[in-house]
Design a protein around this ligand. Structure first.
Ligand code: PGA
Length: 256
């Protein structure tokens, strides 16, 4: 991490838990949070659990996020949830372009771009996910993939509009596999992402944008990841479902 950027630790609960379990987990996190903690903590429950989690989090600084958002305002879009609806449910942030959405639901960079634009137009902070597959890494395509995904996601957006965007670098081969990128691999990708952001929006923007690492982040590897200068936090899946483990991730200690 770098002292000039506020770290963010985000939990993506994916399609797990019922409302009662999600509310209990949120309450445990709220109670376990160091009151002096200066960095940001975010949780993204399933849509159906947003109300329970919102209630459990009341009075806490933990940020409520959706796992996705549709780009249309309203209408005949069965299964989709609009920006206004996620705002109404208490979310201030939305994960956009997660690799599971890209792979399982066929989301293209164009779709990701529409969602970015819709979220930003509603003052919702996007947590934009990017990352290469194992085949792409082995074919030395990592940088090309990251460059394409970033250019696609930010197409048509001006510097003034993207000030609050958070980027999550999540190598697909590390998600849910227990194979974390090494801190060096993650740092290398983050440096590249920051350089791309400099090309798109200039040095000041690039120096301020937060880049989270995601992919098998655990209580026992967060400290070494956070010691890297361009890793500004983490997007955590499986480990964010266990209160004690996720609290340890949240309260990381940098190993330098
Ligand atoms: P994981 O998931 O921590 O379970 O690997 C991360 C993510 O998909 O955001």
């Amino acid at each position: 991490m770098n002292k000039n950027r506020i770290p963010m630790i985000a939990g993506n609960w994916k399609m797990h838990l019922n409302a009662k379990e999600a509310g209990e987990l949120a309450l445990a996190l709220k109670k376990g949070l160091d009151p002096d903690l200066r960095h940001e903590v975010l949780i993204a429950p399933t849509y159906t659990n947003l109300a329970a989690v919102r209630e459990a989090l009341s009075g806490s600084k933990i940020i409520l996020s959706s796992q996705d958002v549709h780009w249309e305002e309203k209408g005949a879009f069965t299964g989709a949830v609009s920006p206004a609806q996620i705002l109404d449910a208490g979310c201030t942030h939305a994960i956009i372009g997660h690799s599971e959405r890209r792979k399982i639901f066929g989301e293209s960079d164009e779709v990701v771009n529409k969602k970015m634009k819709a979220a930003l137009a509603h003052n919702i902070v996007p947590v934009l996910c990017i990352g290469e597959t194992l085949e792409e890494r082995e074919a030395q395509q990592t940088y090309r993939v990251l460059e394409t995904q970033l250019a696609g996601a930010f197409a048509g957006l001006k510097a003034g509009e993207v000030a609050r965007v958070v980027i999550a670098y999540e190598p697909v081969w590390a998600i849910g596999t227990g194979k974390t990128a090494t801190p060096e691999q993650a740092q290398d990708a983050h440096t590249f992402v920051r350089k791309q952001m400099e090309k798109l929006y200039g040095g000041d923007y690039a120096a301020g944008v937060r880049i989270l690492y995601g992919g098998s982040v655990k209580a026992d590897n967060i400290d070494t990841l956070m010691a890297k200068p361009d890793i500004d936090g983490a997007l955590v899946g499986g480990e964010s479902l266990k209160a004690d483990k996720f609290l340890r991730v949240i309260h990381f200690q940098e190993v330098l």
